[in-house]
Design a binder for this molecule. Structure first.
Ligand SMILES: Cc1cc2nc3c(=O)[nH]c(=O)nc-3n(C[C@H](O)[C@H](O)[C@H](O)COP(=O)(O)OP(=O)(O)OC[C@H]3O[C@@H](n4cnc5c(N)ncnc54)[C@H](O)[C@@H]3O)c2cc1C
Length: 312
């Protein structure tokens, strides 16, 4: 049996967690899940082939509390004895696995694209996918996260039984927790779920009005490069890349972004990538399905006008 840790944000399950379940199914036919806090989500997880959900509830688990979540997952590992603990490689998923590994004194491998449980080997993506590592993992139980968007989440309907439990937490376990959230977009589409992302880099400058307008018209989200977040022009939550969010939208429009490997690591799984850049030789142009050479301050207003006209 493989145990899959399910990452969620206040009860909303990340698609990358469903990718983790889908990947786990390719390793074993028996899949159980552990959900800490939030809802057990039996209908959704059953839809993806989970047959048993270990749902941890505790008065202290009101929002993400990394070490406490790790403690609850470690408790399930000890009682259920899975052959592997897998999760989709979200930042929270990776963080929780690190806690579990430390608690159980076992190694953790992140961002895997292939796992062979029999041989205890993995293939994993380093440096945002620019280096592929083949590694032997010396462990009694594989603890691994799956590189985001490596595979699509696909359903395999089953019926999921829910086993609720209260984990034994120490005061230390809840020292680090979310106590407040500020600056969150109200009602907007998040980067992770957006089908369309309009992303801006240094070439945009501080004023993202054009980027926001086109994103709004297309029902998409705003993304950006690290230069933009480092300058304080946009929040880190909008950063795409190796140290930002890894996205896989239907359409990614990169405006005034050069295409550094660390940025490409976050957007290379986009189904269609359009680049707008004054420099026809910018690296982003070689990744783009469509490359527009020109000033984004002239091109974006034209696209916005054409989109408005097409929408009537
Ligand atoms: C460890 C590490 C992690 C990193 N993680 C990330 C990450 O997660 N995400 C990330 O994005 N970066 C990351 N970086 C930074 C990355 O290396 C680049 O510095 C960054 O992506 C460059 O941002 P940019 O493309 O906006 O800026 P630049 O590289 O300066 O490119 C600006 C582009 O805009 C074009 N341009 C200028 N004016 C216009 C105009 N008017 N119209 C059209 N085009 C115009 C230019 O031709 C140029 O190509 C990381 C770096 C390191 C070392």
């Amino acid at each position: 049996m493989i145990l899959v840790f399910i990452d969620h944000d206040r009860g909303v399950i990340d698609d990358i967690s469903l990718q983790g379940i889908t990947f786990a199914r390719s390793l074993d036919s028996s899949i159980e899940a552990v959900v800490v806090g939030g809802e057990a989500n039996a209908a959704l997880l059953g839809e993806y082939g989970v047959t048993k959900i270990h749902h941890a509830t505790h008065a202290s688990l009101t929002d993400y509390t990394p070490q406490a979540v790790g403690r609850a997952v470690a408790e399930v590992v000890k009682s259920a004895s899975p052959s592997a603990l897998i999760t989709g490689g979200t930042p929270r998923g990776n963080e929780v696995l690190a806690h579990v590994g430390a608690m159980l004194d076992l190694p953790v491998v992140t961002d895997c694209s292939e796992i062979d449980l029999g041989a205890s080997t993995v293939k994993r993506m380093r440096w945002g996918g620019n280096l592929i590592e083949h590694a032997k993992v010396h462990t009694s139980m594989m603890i691994a996260s799956i590189f985001p968007h490596q595979i699509a989440a696909t359903p395999a309907p089953a019926s999921a039984e829910v086993i609720a439990f209260t984990p034994e937490l120490t005061a230390q376990d809840t020292l680090v927790k979310i106590i407040d959230r500020t600056g969150e977009a109200a009602g907007g589409v998040t980067l992770a779920e957006a089908k369309v992302i309009i992303s801006g880099g240094r070439g945009v400058g501080e004023d993202f009005t054009l980027i926001e307008s086109l994103a709004g018209l297309l029902g998409g989200a705003v993304g950006c490069s690290r230069v933009v977040t480092a300058a304080g022009w946009r929040p880190h939550a909008e950063q795409v890349g190796q140290t930002g969010t890894k996205v896989a939208p239907d359409l990614y429009i990169a405006c005034g972004i050069s295409g550094a490997t660390q940025h490409i690591a976050g957007c290379k799984n986009s189904k269609t990538l359009i680049a707008i850049n004054t420099d026809g030789d910018a690296p982003i142009m070689s990744y783009a399905d469509y490359a527009i050479v020109g000033d984004l301050h002239q091109i974006l207003p034209a696209i916005i006008a054409a989109t408005q006209a097409a929408k009537g």
